[in-house]
Design a protein around this ligand. Structure first.
Ligand code: FAD
Length: 433
């Protein structure tokens, strides 16, 4: 068995969460190693970023590189077969106007930039090395066992372990603390396409979302003319599939009029794939010698494109906690508690919107945006990822929730039918993993 020299921090996973925490810790002078199972560049889903991710990209020193491979996204278009006209919501309509755009990126390119960046900052990156087992038998020390792509066993001693293995949830599985989300369940089917109709000018890079009877679609344009298109649906709808995944995807596109227009000349350039079982949370996030960041801790749903933002937030802010812990600072525990609270609060804020996204009352509010009492600015702030600063979003969001309940009461029957459909979907197990 090969064994590396002990390090201060071993980061497992080289996605946005892992690469960002590794980079910041290396900058602080710690000896950081990172194991990544799949050599980069590699395909990953999750291609639409949020405006408030931009300061994180600047802090990491990768903004210019991301700008080169990204397409600017100034807003989100919401299309609905239940309403006459689409609506476009712009990020410069948020309370804080300082971050008017985000980027659409191919994750293979984006994640590679972040991984190379942490390498440049001194992180020792091992690609093609999968973590298999961890033991915390000695205080202040952990031993990780892994295996290379060639089947060679490896082990590494470290003072601190950061789990950033994404939906593989390495540590939460080992510690048996992963829990399926009792309030949400859905599946995604997606691919990359050429020939998808897109808008021009400032609107070219907008994400488009479109509801259909069993879920919703996304359209994410890239800088090179290729477009990511996917649908998120109830698992029961996916189970009703007869024929191939590709046939099922196109059949669903044809059932949704706004999508037909955009997809009439589209052609898949990679195989269409499905994923499910992605709504979960770990009971534990931080221990005396470990931390879970990004999807390794929790994931809910892709609808508000919050995954990469939360991964970078937990990576960059989590590094402060690991640093304090390694130094043995008195405030380490307090910092850990504050950090954990911010991540859980961020997830909770998005959860409220995610759980209601397919309700008729929610659709009606989104399709007729009004800035009475600055509600629209408040909602746009959340959609822009403005969760962790001092922007006063509380009052407008509270009012939005009030109007949501009012609209639900005014059309009680339709909202109850959709609520029961959702509840049934949550109780069902996903059919793909
Ligand atoms: C259908 C769908 C659509 C989405 N769309 C969006 C979107 O538009 N915008 C958005 O922001 N988010 C989106 N997301 C969420 C987004 O993909 C994730 O939140 C984000 O990638 C999380 O980053 P991460 O670094 O935590 O994990 P990941 O990006 O998943 O990185 C984890 C890394 O760990 C590696 N790894 C796994 N196991 C091991 C192991 N045992 N040892 C070593 N390495 C390991 C993996 O190879 C991977 O590279 C979407 C998710 C889904 C399911």
């Amino acid at each position: 068995m090969n064994s590396s020299i002990a390090c201060d921090v071993l980061v497992l996973g080289g996605g946005p969460a892992g690469s960002s925490i590794a980079a910041v810790l290396a900058e602080k002078g710690w000896k950081v190693n990172l194991w990544e199972k799949t050599p980069h560049p590699r395909f990953h889903i999750g291609e639409s970023l949020l405006p408030h991710t931009v300061p994180y990209l600047k802090q990491l020193g990768v903004f210019e590189e991301v700008e080169r491979i990204g397409l600017k996204k100034f807003g989100a278009e919401v299309m609905s077969p239940y309403h006459d006209e689409p609506v476009t919501l712009y990020f410069d309509e948020a309370l804080n106007k300082a971050y008017p755009y985000a980027f659409q990126v191919r994750r293979a390119e984006f994640d590679n930039i972040l991984l190379q960046n942490c390498q440049k900052k001194g992180v020792q990156v091992r690609e093609g090395l999968e973590a298999k087992d961890v033991s915390f038998s000695n205080p202040g020390q952990a031993m990780i066992h892994g295996v290379t792509a060639q089947g060679e066993p490896m082990r590494q001693q470290t003072r601190y372990v950061v789990d950033a293995t994404g939906r593989q949830t390495f540590l939460a599985n080992q510690l048996r603390v992963k829990h399926r989300n009792p309030n949400h369940n859905s599946a995604g089917i997606f691919g990359h396409f050429k020939g998808v109709a897109r808008h021009s000018g400032k609107d070219e890079g907008n994400i488009s979302l479109c509801w259909f009877d069993h879920g919703w679609f996304w359209i994410i344009p890239f800088h090179d003319g290729v477009t990511s298109v996917g649908m998120v649906c109830w698992p029961s709808y996916l189970k009703s599939r007869i024929g191939t995944l590709e046939e099922f995807f196109w059949q669903t596109v044809r059932s949704c009029s706004p999508m037909v227009d955009r997809m009439k000349d589209a052609e898949a350039i990679i195989p269409i794939v499905a994923t499910g079982n992605y709504s979960y949370q770990s009971k534990v996030m931080i221990g005396s010698q470990f931390m879970m960041v990004g999807d390794a801790f929790a994931f809910i749903d892709p609808v508000f494109s919050s995954g990469v933002h939360l991964a970078l937030h937990s990576g960059i802010r989590g590094a402060e906690v690991v640093d304090a812990c390694l130094h043995g600072h008195e405030q380490a525990e307090q910092k850990a508690r504050q950090f954990e609270r911010s991540v859980r609060q961020g997830l909770k804020t998005y959860s409220w919107f995610i759980y209601r996204f397919t309700q008729p009352a929610f659709r009606n509010l989104f399709m007729s945006p009004k800035n009475t009492f600055r509600i629209q600015e408040g909602v746009m702030s959340i959609l822009a990822g403005d969760l962790f600063g001092n922007t006063p979003t509380q009052r407008p969001i509270l009012l939005f929730k009030f109007f949501y309940f009012l609209f639900s009461m005014l059309d009680l029957k339709a909202n109850l039918v959709q609520y029961r459909k959702r509840k049934h979907a949550v109780e069902e197990k996903s059919v793909v993993s």
